[in-house]
Each structure stands twice: as C-alpha cells, then as structure tokens.
Design a protein around this ligand. Structure first.
Ligand SMILES: [Mn+2]
Length: 360
C-alpha cells in the first residue's frame, strides 16, 4: 500500500478506484488481504483508504484486513464518492483497466464525469503490476515456504510414478491435486503431464492415456495463501539414449546459465538473447519465453523474453524455464523459481541435475 501510494503521488493520480465486480482484481487482495466479492475501494494520499462492500461480508473481512474503514455498498455510495472527489479536489482517477469490463468502466466514467466536470481517468494496470513485481519481506518469506511445499509434492509424485507399473497422465495429475488438497491447497494452474511424443506440446492437456516411454514433462504449481508457484520437471520412462541424456543436460545447463547472468539493473531482454545463443542450434526448438514473474497471478512482471522492456530489480521473484520441443518426438523443460536480492540470485526450487529415469 505504501509503495503503491508513492507511485500514485509521483504520477499525480489523486485517487485510485479498485473494483471487485464481474471480474476480480488481485490487487484488491494485495492491498487489503481480503477479497470481497462485490466491492470497491478508494485509495488516495489525501485521505485514509475506504472499502465499500456488502454488510453481509464486511464484519468477517474487517477482522482480517489492515484496512478498518468498511462502509456499506448501497445506493448512497456513489453520492458519497462524488462528495469526496469534490472535497479533496480530485482531478485524476486511476483505475485498473485489466480487471474491469468495458461496460463497467464506461458506466462509472460517464456517471462521474457528469457530476464533476473535467475529471480525467487513467489506466493504472501497469503501475500496479510494477508495484507487485517487487516483493515485500512478508511475501518473500511466504514464497520460501510455498516453494518448499511444491518440491515436497514433486518428490511424492515421483515416488508415486515409480511405484506404479502402468499409469495414465490423468492419474498423475489427479494424484498431485489430491496431495495439494490434503494440505488444503489448490493448483495455481491446470497441471500438465505430457508423456512420450506429447511432451513436445508445451501446454499439453493430460489425457486418459498410459504414460508412454520417453520423456515426460510435468509442469505444475500450488496456490499458497494466494501466491502461485510454478515448476517443471522432466523425467524419462524406459532407457534414454546418450543423446537424450545430453539434451536434458543442455536444458539444465541453460537454466543455470540464464540464472548466472541475472543481476539487478540487467535488462531482461539481454538475458533472454544471451540464453538463446547458449542453446545454439537448439534455439529454434525453444518456442516460448524464458520465464515470468510469479505472485498473486501465475504470470506477472518481470517478463523474461527477448521483447521485454523491463530491468531486473532486487526482490523480484520469477521462473526460469528453458525447454526444447521437437515435434512428434520429444520435449524437455525445466523450470525453477528464483528470488533476486540486491546481492545475488537465490534458487528457491532445484531441478535435479541428473535425468530421473524410471525403468519400464
Ligand atoms: Mn511457468
């Protein structure tokens, strides 16, 4: 909240209007620690933050939130907001245009502009994204725990696959999600289990189909107290050739190489370009970005790709996930979660150096 307000001041935005309505804005939770279903929040450097939501929700939410000014969302709310806008001479309102429908935005804008002549609206989606990209101490602590749990789930999954003579992709996915549920957690996105030729499809949807011989790519993450983890492990069923072992090693080394380059103030695009060079002739089989920030959403800033504009900054948490995909043949991807401090890069999860081989 503090750094968000600072940014608002810098950009001379007198009021931010954060709304949970048809679409939920993750920034509502980020700024308040609660997620009312239907609510809006007024944030300004000129007065203390106010939340308007249903009285059915407010009593319970108030005890969980740092914000104590909860008001009923009713017919009078709009008039109250107009009164505040007038009282504090607000000229510019910031709204997150990434999490509001076009109709809702146009409706609000029209209603306010009718009452307050000349008032301007600006999009603050990027400002919010930039604020969220820099994690707080509390968020970092939470991520250390979340990534540990993610690795424990992976270890259990590997044991489970080893223990079964024959098993389907869906069964692996279901096992993982059951393990998450046992811990009162959910997956941060649909778990990917792609075996054999299917491993060459980066966003493959697991099928009721027995794990075939060859590489098997498993990409998953958990949602821990609102925060997403995201890791990928590649294992091998059967007996890998030396060439296949070498390809796994190439991806492992590529991930380490990328991590070794990342330092505060480095351009993200430069890291991606250098890493692609490292892959040499296999660059053409690396068909997606190098990684992405993680947080309340599974894809946040920074973007790790050749077209990214941003620089790395201390306290960013992101994934590095090189992969190669050879159509109808094989796919290999390794993905770990990293924290950049002002001194060094800390690997929060650790993909194994040696390819895990399951005899079949
Ligand atoms: Mn990812």
């Amino acid at each position: 909240m503090k750094s968000f307000k600072q940014e608002l001041r810098k950009q001379k935005i007198h009021l931010a209007l954060i709304i949970n309505s048809t679409l939920q804005d993750p920034n509502f939770y980020y700024l308040t620690n609660v997620t009312p279903e239907n609510a809006f929040m007024l944030i300004s450097s000129k007065f203390s933050t106010k939340i308007y939501c249903s009285p059915l929700e407010s009593a319970q939410l108030k005890s969980k939130s740092k914000i104590k000014a909860f008001y009923n969302l009713d017919k009078k709310t709009f008039e109250k907001m107009i009164a505040l806008i007038r009282k504090y001479r607000i000229k510019k309102i910031g709204m997150n245009l990434s999490t509001i429908t076009v109709n809702e935005f146009n409706g609000i804008k029209k209603r306010i502009q009718k009452q307050v002549k000349g008032i301007k609206f600006v999009d603050i989606s990027n400002l919010l994204r930039k604020t969220r990209a820099i994690k707080t101490k509390q968020e970092i602590k939470l991520y250390k725990k979340a990534t540990k749990i993610t690795e424990i789930i992976w270890e259990k999954t590997l044991k489970y696959i080893k223990s079964k003579r024959s098993i389907t992709e869906i069964q692996v996915k279901e096992f993982m999600e059951k393990e998450m549920n046992n811990l009162n957690l959910t997956s941060s996105f649909p778990t990917i289990v792609a075996s054999g030729k299917n491993s060459s499809i980066p966003h493959y949807v697991p099928q009721k189909k027995k794990l075939s011989k060859g590489f098997c790519v498993i990409d998953f993450g958990i949602n821990y107290k609102g925060y997403c983890t995201d890791i990928t492990r590649t294992i091998y069923l059967g007996k890998p050739s030396q060439k296949e072992i070498d390809l796994y090693k190439l991806i492992f080394d590529t991930k380490n190489y990328a991590a070794s380059l990342i330092k505060p103030n480095q351009f993200s695009a430069t890291i991606s370009k250098k890493t692609r060079k490292f892959l040499g002739e296999y660059d053409k089989y690396f068909t997606h970005g190098l990684g992405h920030g993680i947080g309340l959403e599974i894809h946040e800033l920074p973007n790790l790709k050749v077209t990214a504009k941003e620089k790395f900054q201390p306290n960013m948490i992101f994934t590095i996930e090189p992969g190669i995909y050879i159509k109808n043949k094989l796919g290999i991807r390794l993905e770990d979660d990293y924290l950049l401090t002002n001194k060094s890069i800390i690997q929060l999860t650790k993909a194994p150096k040696n390819l895990a081989v399951i005899n079949r």
